[in-house]
Design a protein around this ligand. Sequence first.
Ligand code: PEP
Length: 251
Amino acid sequence: MRKPLIAGNWKLHKTLSESRALAAGLADNLSDVTDVDILVAPVFTAISTVVDALQGSPIAVAAQNCYPQQTGAYTGEVSPLLLQDAGCSAVIIGHSERRQLLNETNTLINQKVRTCLDAGLTPILCIGETLEQRNNDEMLEVLADQVTGGLIDLTPEQIQRVVIAYEPVWAIGTGVTATDDQAQDAHSFIRGMIQGLSNQEIAAGCRILYGGSVKPDNVDGLLAQDDIDGALVGGASLKVEDFIRIVHFKR
Ligand code: PEP
């Protein structure tokens, strides 16, 4: 039985006071949720503030990125060890915005995944095809490449600690969502890939989130699918009311 996870990616939004207010609004309204794991990923500078605001609530804090080394001469970077020290329990890795804007490769993403695991953090490994790749029938090839590339050289026990987020690039921030069937097909394929890299038991226990314009009015259908174990939410995670409704998706 996989416990659902609803994760909010705040991207490059919210000042310290706005972050504090958003976190407090979520803590006030979600304190009694026990059947879903919840986390939010603020900007680096707001992590401590948000960790403080969420003290005593069931909501965990994640970072949106990390460097694939724990310490050293890496000016401007932040390591998983320091994120763990700041109160994070997870890190979003390989988001399509970083793959596209910052040319992040599967090799770099795999290093980040492994460095996170070494620091005891949960990597949330983002994968997903562009519209062009989908239209060219390259989707499965792209997903296979990103799953394998992100998880290469991990032991089955390490793979067990990774969360995958399937985020079709064409659905991120566009208001266009994958249909329930499109998302389920991709998730089922991804679970099969994970089984190939580990075993049936680990694949059955692995959480695969859907991301891409998840909103209060489409979350119920998506999360009713067999292989969809939660959501990575961008825009709708910035509004208390919307995020609360998403966490309260129809069980
Ligand atoms: C995201 O940033 O991961 C995302 C899915 O964004 P949105 O929900 O706004 O599409």
